[in-house]
Design a binder for this molecule. Structure first.
Ligand code: DC
Length: 233
């Protein structure tokens, strides 16, 4: 049985990561959180006072010093991101990173480096990758593309509950302002902006449960896997 590539893109706080993780677990695939990669780069740049200036010598030298990899996490099948051999979670979820990550993700030098690594990780299939440009740019030929959306109030509530688990509570207003600001920057940047691929399946998760959302994606994946394994006509 060949393993397919699944791209899950969408707006901030739509539940892409938790959906992608659950789908990967059900299929026995690898889950890759590409947002975590941009967050880890942002943390390095902030911690080393590197200005967010595209292709500047300081930025290029800093990117040379950054090594990202994914290693097995606490739960079986989970992968966690490491920045230069140290676990980057949960520090990369802090509001100071959420505020700075979209400008960093708009830098072409950063994107080129991240996309090259993402393509290497996913080149043999068997991955569920979530992000903003997976179906449009990283894997334009992905077997299954899903684009997730939800109302901004629902997204804010969900993000607030998620942050609370790590003991972080910047407040509803601040979380909502950050989600909206990031969506705006992510959708309007020059390189690989956030948008729905023409062949992506749209899922609006506002009115459906997490379980339904996961079930829908698994069913779509199973039908693509079946199609891929049909003998050629
Ligand atoms: O998925 P997330 O909210 O943790 O992502 C953080 C930021 O990283 C997001 O606002 C934009 C950027 N990002 C991106 O530009 N491309 C991706 N494939 C994934 C994330």
């Amino acid at each position: 049985m060949s393993q397919i590539t699944i791209a899950i893109d969408g707006y901030a706080g739509t539940g892409k990561s938790s959906t992608a993780k659950a789908v990967a677990k059900a299929l026995g695939y690898t889950y890759i959180d590409t947002g975590a990669m941009y967050r880890a780069v942002t943390m390095y740049l902030l911690d080393h006072n590197i200005p967010f200036e595209d292709n500047s010598p300081a930025l290029l030298a800093a990117l040379d010093q950054i090594h990202l990899d994914f290693r097995p996490g606490k739960q079986v099948g989970d992968l966690e991101i490491y920045l230069n051999d140290a676990p980057a979670e949960p520090a990369i979820r802090d509001p100071r990173i959420s505020k700075a990550v979209s400008p960093v993700a708009a830098l072409t030098a950063v994107r080129n480096l991240m996309v090259a690594q993402q393509r290497r990780i996913g080149e043999h299939g068997g991955v569920v990758m979530d992000g903003r440009d997976i179906g449009t740019y990283v894997f334009p030929h992905a077997d299954l593309k899903v684009f997730m959306t939800a109302s901004v109030d629902i997204r804010t509530q969900r993000r607030q509950a998620e942050l609370a688990l790590s003991g972080i509570d910047p407040g509803f207003e601040e979380i909502q302002a950050n989600l909206q600001e990031r969506d705006k920057i992510d959708s309007t940047r020059a390189m690989a902006p956030l948008k729905q691929a023409s062949d992506a399946v749209l899922i609006d998760s506002s009115g459906i449960s997490f379980e339904e959302q996961v079930k829908t994606v698994i069913q779509l994946a199973e039908s693509r896997i079946q199609q891929n394994n049909l003998p050629p006509q």
